[in-house]
Design a protein around this ligand. Structure first.
Ligand code: FES
Length: 634
C-alpha cells in the first residue's frame, strides 16, 4: 500500500503512514492528542484541524460549514490521508470559537455615508434676536418663535412651561444671542429642548440613548449625536425579573395593588442605573443627553410607560397602544435632560412589539427580494417571514426553557452554565463546555438544545423524547422527576447535587421548540410558500449568540437548511433603536414596517395546533423535512 508523509505544525519530523490512515491516528503517532468529545463520530466538530496543503479525503463534513471547508478545515476523526499533507492543529479554544461564535455580526457601525447634520432630528440653531423696545413690544416667547421660524422655516415651536419660565432670564443674560437645541420631528413642528447663551453652546456636545427593554435584559447604548458614534454599550438584567420571568406573570403582577408602579420603578432602575454609571465613566453630563429611542416587546413598553397592560393577556389580546407619540424625558422618567425627547418605537400587536419592527429594520430583511425568515427567540419566539415586498408575522409562547428557566437544573447563560454538550456514542459519557471555564452550576438554553440533540443522536432519547432506560450506563437512572440523565456528577460541579436533565425538562423543551417550528409553518402556509424556499434565516436576540445551528436543527427547532443561509445578528432590537436614533429616515421606515406587517394571531389559527402536535417529536413526525438529521442518524 502506498505510504505518505504528513507534517504537523507542532512536530518537527514528518510521519509516514499508509494511505487511508485517519488523521487522528497520524496525530497520535506524532504524539499530538486531538480531543474527541463525541468519540470520533463526526458529530461534535471539536477535532477540526486545518489542512494547509496536500491530499486528504473528508468522509464526513456534517459539523463543518462551507466556509470552514473552504478555509481548509477537516474533522480529524473523519478524514483520511490520500497523499502527502501538511496539517495545523489549532488550540482547542480556537476551535470552539470558530465553530460557535464567529458568525455573530459586529455591533452597529455608523452607516456608510452618514451625515448627522441632515439625518438627525435633533438640531441646534443660533439666533440673534432684536431686543425689545418701547416701539417693539413683542413678548419674549413670541419674539423667539418668530426668529426661529425665520431661521429654520419650521412653523411651530413647542415648549414646556418650565422652559418658558426660564426663557426671559436666558435671553437677557445672553444679550439676546442664544442657541436653541430642538427636535425637528414631526415635520413642520419642533420641540424645544434647550435654550442656552450662544457662546456656551458653541462646543456643547449632544448625546442620545438607544434603549432596548428585554424581558430579561435591558440594553443601553450612549451615542454621540453629532457624529453617530456609539460611545458606550451596556446591558443589565431587567430588575422586573424579581416579579416574574415572563410577560404574562408581569402583567398579572402589575394588576395587583401598586404592582404597576413597582414594575415601572424597577425597569427605570435598570435603565437609569446604566445611564448613571455610563455618565460617570465617560464624564458625560445627563443634561447633554437630549434624545432616546426605546424598543421592547409590547408588554415591556407599556409597563415602562405606566399604561395598564391587562388587555394584552386577555382575549382578544389587544395592545393598549402600538404607536406611542414622542414624549418628554420627564414624563417617562429617564435620567437625561428633562426636556429631552423620548421616542418609543412602534410595534404591531400585543406580542409583536417594537423590538421586532426595529429588528426587521436593522436586519435589513427588506433590502432583498429573497424570501427571508427573521426570528427573535427569547421567552417568546417572534417570527417574521417576508421580503422587500411583504411581511407576515406571528408570536409563539415558547416559555422560558430557552432562557434556562422552567428546567430543573436550568440557568441563564452566565458563568457556570453548561452551554454545549457532546456525548460519546459508545460510552454515553458527556463532555461539556461551560461558560467561564469553571465547574458547572446548571444548564443554559443553548446547553439544553445541545444536550437534547446529542441524547437523541446517541440513542439516549427516542423520537418521542423518552429516555432509554435499558442502556448500560450509570448516567441513566430514576430520579425525583422520573427517568433522568446525569450531565455532571456533584463531585465535578459547583453545587452539591448531580446536574441532571429529566423527562419533564425534555418535555418543556419539546413544547417550546414545537411552538416555534409550528409558527414557521403557519406563516409559510399563510402565504402559500414552502418553508424550505427561504433564502435567508436571520436570527436576532441574545439567544442567537450562543445557539449551535446544527443542534437546533437536530431537535427540530430551526428548519433544515444549508448553514450558509443562517445569519446571526446579535441584538437586532437595540441596533434598530440606534439607527432610528441617528437617522429620521430609519425611524420613518420602522413606522412603515409596523404598518406593513400582517399579524397572525396563532391562538385563532386552527392550523397551528396541528403543526404544533407534529413538531412535538425529535426532530419532527415527518423526518423527510430534516434530511441532514436523517443523515446524521444513519
Ligand atoms: S471527535 Fe471528530 S467530530 Fe467529534
Amino acid at each position: 500500500m502506498a505510504e505518505y508523509e504528513v507534517r504537523f505544525d507542532s512536530h518537527p519530523e514528518p510521519i509516514r503512514v499508509p494511505a487511508g490512515t485517519l488523521l487522528v491516528e497520524v496525530a497520535k503517532q506524532a504524539g499530538i492528542e486531538i480531543q474527541q468529545p463525541c468519540g470520533g463520530q463526526g458529530r461534535c466538530g471539536r477535532c477540526a484541524v486545518k489542512v494547509e496543503s496536500g491530499q486528504v479525503r473528508r468522509r464526513s463534513v456534517l459539523r463543518l460549514s462551507k466556509s470552514d471547508i473552504d478555509a481548509g478545515y477537516a474533522l480529524a476523526c473523519q478524514t483520511v490521508i490520500e497523499g502527502d499533507a501538511s496539517i495545523t492543529v489549532p488550540p482547542p479554544e480556537a476551535i470552539q470559537r470558530r465553530l460557535t461564535t464567529d458568525h455573530i455580526a459586529p455591533e452597529a457601525a455608523i452607516p456608510e455615508g452618514y451625515d448627522a447634520s441632515s439625518a438627525q432630528s435633533i438640531r441646534r440653531v443660533e439666533i440673534r434676536l432684536t431686543p425689545p423696545s418701547m416701539d417693539d413690544q413683542t413678548d419674549d416667547w413670541g419674539r423667539l418663535c418668530a426668529a426661529f421660524r425665520r431661521e429654520t422655516g419650521v412653523e411651530r415651536l413647542n415648549a414646556s412651561l418650565d422652559q418658558i419660565r426660564q426663557l426671559g432670564a436666558i435671553l437677557r443674560s445672553s444679550d439676546w444671542h442664544v442657541a436653541l437645541t430642538f427636535d425637528a420631528s414631526p415635520k413642520g413642528e419642533a420641540r424645544l429642548i434647550r435654550v442656552q447663551p450662544a457662546d456656551e453652546a458653541a462646543d456643547a456636545p449632544l448625546y442620545g440613548l438607544a434603549i432596548d427593554i428585554g424581558t430579561t435584559t435591558v440594553t443601553v447604548w450612549i451615542v454621540d449625536l453629532l457624529t453617530g458614534q456609539v460611545i458606550r454599550q451596556s446591558g443589565e438584567y431587567n430588575q422586573q425579573i424579581a416579579r416574574g420571568e415572563d410577560v404574562i406573570s408581569r402583567i398579572i403582577y402589575a394588576g395587583k395593588g401598586d404592582g404597576a408602579a413597582e414594575l415601572r420603578e424597577m425597569v427605570l432602575g435598570s435603565i437609569n442605573g446604566q445611564i448613571q454609571t455610563a455618565c460617570e465613566r465617560t464624564k458625560i453630563a445627563t443634561d447633554d443627553i437630549v434624545k432616546a429611542t426605546i424598543t421592547g416587546n409590547s408588554t415591556m413598553m407599556v409597563l415602562l410607560l405606566g399604561i395598564p397592560a391587562e388587555s394584552i393577556r386577555l382575549e382578544p389580546f389587544i395592545a393598549p397602544i402600538n404607536h406611542v407619540p414622542r414624549l418628554s424625558a420627564i414624563e417617562v422618567g429617564i435620567a437625561m435632560n428633562s426636556a429631552g425627547v423620548v421616542d418609543p418605537l412602534p410595534g404591531v400587536a400585543s406580542y409583536v412589539g417594537a423590538d421586532i419592527t426595529a429588528g426587521v429594520l436593522s436586519s435589513e430583511l427588506r433590502s432583498s427580494d429573497d424570501l427571508t425568515l427573521f426570528i427573535d427567540v427569547g421567552t417568546n419566539g417572534e417570527i417574521v417571514l417576508g421580503s422587500s415586498e411583504w411581511l407576515v408575522t406571528c408570536a409563539c409562547s415558547a416559555g422560558p426553557a430557552f432562557e434556562g428557566a422552567g428546567v430543573v437544573h436550568g440557568m441563564r447563560a452566565d458563568a457556570g452554565a453548561i452551554e454545549e454538550v457532546w456525548i460519546d456514542g459508545g460510552t454515553y459519557e458527556p463532555d461539556c463546555r461551560v461558560i467561564g471555564n469553571v465547574p458547572p452550576r446548571g444548564i443554559c438554553g443553548s446547553g439544553l438544545i445541545s444536550l437534547v440533540a446529542e441524547m437523541f443522536l446517541t440513542g439516549l432519547l427516542d423520537k418521542g423524547g423518552n429516555i432509554n432506560e435499558t442502556l448500560d450506563t450509570p448516567r441513566v437512572r430514576q430520579g425525583h422527576n422520573g427517568p433522568e440523565y446525569v450531565v455532571a456528577w456533584a463531585a465535578e460541579s459547583e453545587g452539591e447535587e448531580d446536574i441532571v436533565i429529566a423527562r419533564v425538562d425534555i418535555d418543556n423543551l419539546l413544547r417550546a421548540k414545537a411552538a416555534i417550528y409550528a409558527g414557521f409553518n403557519v406563516l409559510a402556509d399563510s402565504v402559500g410558500v414552502p418553508l424550505e424556499t427561504a433564502e435567508r434565516v436571520l436570527i436576532g436576540g441574545s439567544f442567537g449568540k450562543y445557539i449551535n445551528v446544527e443542534k437546533a436543527v437536530q431537535i427540530g427547532l430551526l428548519p433544515d437548511m444549508p448553514w450558509e443561509r443562517f445569519n446571526f445578528l446579535g441584538n437586532t432590537s437595540v441596533k434598530g433603536a440606534y439607527l432610528a436614533l441617528i437617522d429620521s429616515a430609519a425611524r420613518d421606515e420602522i413606522a412603515e414596517i409596523a404598518s406593513a406587517m400582517t399579524y397572525i394571531e396563532l391562538s385563532a389559527d386552527n392550523t397551528f395546533y396541528e403543526a404544533f402536535t407534529s413538531a412535538l417529536f425529535l426532530p419532527h413526525t415527518d423526518l423527510s423535512r430534516f434530511p441532514s438529521v436523517e443523515a446524521a442518524m444513519a
